[in-house]
Design a binder for this molecule. Structure first.
Ligand SMILES: [Zn+2]
Length: 135
């Protein structure tokens, strides 16, 4: 099993009122980013549904320099209607994120939960303080 030291939370940078479902995300990663599959391991749509992306045994493609030892989770949203960074998580997404992170922490008890922005200060992603919320 690969070593996982980080659980990295992302947003899809989708404005409120718009949809960017799991298949759209997967297609975008394959067509426009040249990945062979979606870069995230999990994708949580606004209704709270948790979609499995890349198998967690495989290295993802979601955070430069940190893919090898991390699991990537993305929620649909992250921008307000004016396309400004905003914590747009629905109650369903918050509940699913928490449940998923709890499960992953059982698999990887020593992994730290962080947001993309904690590893790359140029990013606003995931538009909330993941370190404080999942401490
Ligand atoms: Zn991100």
């Amino acid at each position: 099993m690969r070593t996982v030291t980080l659980i990295i939370v992302h947003c899809s940078a989708t404005p409120e009122g718009q949809s960017f479902d799991f298949e759209q995300c997967r297609r975008d990663h394959i067509r426009h980013r040249g990945f062979r599959d979606i870069g995230y391991h999990f994708y949580i749509t606004r209704n709270g549904e948790i979609h499995r992306g890349r198998p967690i045994e495989q290295i993802g493609a979601h955070c430069q320099h940190h893919n090898r030892h991390s699991v990537g989770i993305c929620y649909e949203g992250g921008l307000d209607r004016n396309r400004q960074p905003c914590d747009t998580r629905t109650l369903e997404q918050k509940a699913s994120l928490l449940a998923l992170i709890r499960e992953l922490k059982k698999l990887y008890p020593n992994a730290l939960v962080v947001g993309h922005r904690d590893l790359n200060p140029m990013k606003a992603c995931p538009c909330f303080d993941a370190v404080a919320e999942y401490r």
